[in-house]
Design a protein around this ligand. Structure first.
Ligand SMILES: [Ca+2]
Ligand SMILES: [Ca+2]
Ligand SMILES: [Ca+2]
Length: 175
């Protein structure tokens, strides 16, 4: 009896989790936006240095539609939310007849270290300025909830100082 009860609780929990993840996954269905560091990249890049450029590439978007692409500070994206201010100048790009968005420069170096999401806001369908299912996002990929992130570059002086410390430590151990 007790085992049955526990089993029911477990089953309910699993079903609930499944439904919740399905609900999130089906929220934004407008296609895929991918972060890359140069137009020729075939694999998605999610980790950038301040000296890199960020390009966005899209697939399965709405065909022959204009999009404004925003880069925003990483946040929990939810359908219906107002699109927050972009950290770079928003870029307008148009998809081809297959819904493909050619690699487009969306943020030129120098990049500011941090975690970011990308939102492609469809200008010809859905509601402009709001995140809805006509839009595509790059989100929840890395550093928990970010679409990509930029790591600060360690200054050369710091590397030299750390190397000197490590060397001193090793010499001291040998004496
Ligand atoms: Ca929209
Ligand atoms: Ca996010
Ligand atoms: Ca990404």
């Amino acid at each position: 009896m007790k085992a049955n009860f526990l089993f029911t609780i477990l089953l309910t929990f699993i079903l609930f989790t499944l439904l919740l993840s399905l609900a999130y996954a089906t929220q934004i269905t407008g296609g895929t936006i991918t972060s890359i560091s140069k137009p020729t990249d075939r694999e998605e890049i999610n980790k950038f240095k301040p000296t890199d450029n960020v390009y966005a590439k899209g697939s399965a978007l709405k065909p022959l539609r204009r999009y404004i692409i925003y880069i925003i500070n990483d946040t929990w994206l939810e359908e219906g939310m107002v699109i927050p201010p972009s950290v770079a100048n928003p870029v307008t790009a148009t998809t081809d007849a297959t819904g493909y968005l050619a690699p487009t420069l969306i943020w030129a170096s120098p990049l500011k270290p941090g975690n970011y999401d990308i939102i492609a806001d469809c200008q010809d369908e859905g509601v402009k300025g709001f995140l809805d299912d006509s839009d595509a996002i790059d989100d929840m990929e890395i550093n928990d909830t970010a679409g990509f992130f930029v790591i600060p570059e360690v200054p050369f002086g710091v590397i030299m100082a750390l190397s000197a410390c490590a060397l001193a430590f090793l010499i001291k151990r040998k004496i």
